[in-house]
Design a protein around this ligand. Structure first.
Ligand code: PMP
Length: 397
């Protein structure tokens, strides 16, 4: 068996994480990983989560959760995905399963699709979070790409996206980023989303909305607009939720898969199929993070406080985006970076070349992703000037 052992193709994000960890320089800055850091450069413990932790208490026992996870989490997940108004209605025809993070939700959804129709074609944005394509291929689906960000474009290529979606076979999976597109930071406007969903419904595609950054774009409700539009126009709709970023609970692995069917009976069958798949994948999801999220979402006071904290994280990233843009403009940067202010979420597709990213790393100990993706949520008042000077420097020559 081991004669067949060969090197795996490199994963750019994992490689960047390892290169950062191996860099011995104390002053190193990590703009590679998709994590929100606070102004002091720490992964924050949200106050609402800390209070939830106090309430769930230490010294408790840890039996298995159900295969589908913690039922107390489902209502909150549905409210977040659909908004409280729609959750009551669409929720009655939705299968919900708690999953190990958003990745687990995406994988479980993909497994479900393959188990229903193994010849399904799945389309992801070009570019996309690389794990989308990797997960879809891992379950054996054929993957295609739809236009999203052309070279040097100043926003999503919505015309190209619609053209490519309309060319897919009927029944194909259309993987969409609900908000804060990773890696570009460019989101369609609400009216563009309406056109995109009309095209998807018209072509008979199955939307798979990945919502890993809800609350980091324009707020919880605004960020879930694509989900609500898709649920109003299509069935089934797959939604992968991640609580990693919005609750700052990365390593706890909390997420949820929601699959909206045409009626309650179909939803029950989907939930049963989901449970059968989970049983062979990981048997049941982890407990601790789910208890925290469920406690926050089900308590109106904690929920409000959490939303405020999420708003503060969003505001801090916006400030850093403005600071980055304005400092570069004031310092006569050789390129215009004003688009960074318009982009949403943690990331910016900065337009820096692989060579410039390499120089940032070698000469300035600033780590980013080779495709030019920067995580602006890692900027803070203490490192902003250094990053701006370094970016200006590598753009000069
Ligand atoms: N989807 C996208 C677009 C992401 O960027 C990420 C996280 N980087 C995920 C899903 C998965 O999140 P999680 O860490 O919860 O698995």
């Amino acid at each position: 068996m081991l004669e067949r052992l060969t090197a795996m193709p490199p994963d750019a994000l994992m490689r960047a994480a390892r290169t950062f960890a191996a860099d011995p320089r104390k002053e190193k800055i990590n703009l590679g990983v998709g994590i929100y850091y606070d102004a002091a450069g720490h992964v924050p413990v949200l106050e609402a989560v800390r209070r939830a932790e106090e309430r769930i208490g230490g010294g408790r026992s840890w039996p298995y959760l159900l295969v589908e996870g913690l039922p107390g989490l489902f209502r909150g997940a549905l409210d977040l995905a659909f908004g409280p108004a729609l959750a009551g209605d669409a929720g009655t025809r939705t299968a919900v399963l708690q999953t190990p993070g958003g990745t687990g939700a995406f994988r479980l959804g993909a497994e479900m699709v393959r188990s229903l129709e193994p010849r399904t074609v799945a389309a992801v944005s070009d570019p996309s979070w690389p794990n989308h394509e990797a997960v879809l291929r891992a379950v054996g689906l054929e993957v295609r790409r739809y236009a999203y960000a052309g070279e040097g474009s100043g926003g999503p290529d919505v015309e190209g996206m619609i053209r490519d979606l309309e060319a897919l076979p009927r029944g194909s999976l259309a993987v969409l980023h609900a908000c804060c597109h990773n890696p570009t930071g460019w989101d369609p406007t609400p009216s563009q989303w309406e056109r995109i969903v009309v095209a998807i419904a018209h072509r008979g595609l199955v939307p798979f909305v990945d919502m890993a950054y809800q609350g980091f774009g324009d707020g919880l409700a605004a960020d879930s607009l694509p989900v609500r539009l898709a649920v109003a126009a299509c069935a089934p709709v797959f939604v992968a939720l991640s609580f990693s970023k919005s609750f700052s609970l990365y390593g706890e692995r909390v997420g949820a898969l929601c699959v909206v069917a045409r009626d309650g009976a179909e939803a029950a069958l989907l939930a049963e199929r989901g449970r059968a798949l989970v049983r062979t994948l990981y048997s049941s999801p982890p407990t601790h993070g789910a208890l925290l999220v469920s406690e926050v979402l089900s308590d109106p006071v904690l929920h409000r406080d959490w939303e405020d904290e999420l708003g503060a994280m969003r505001g801090r990233i916006r400030d850093m985006r403005s600071g980055f843009t304005e400092r570069l403009a004031a310092g006569n940067a050789p390129r215009d970076f004003s688009f960074v202010k318009e982009q949403k979420g943690l990331f910016s597709y900065s337009g820096l070349t692989a060579r410039q990213v390499g120089r940032l790393r070698e000469e300035h100990a600033i780590h980013a992703i080779e495709d030019g993706r920067l995580c602006l949520a890692a900027l803070n008042p203490g490192n902003l000037d250094r990053v701006v000077d370094a970016v200006r420097g590598v753009c000069m020559r």
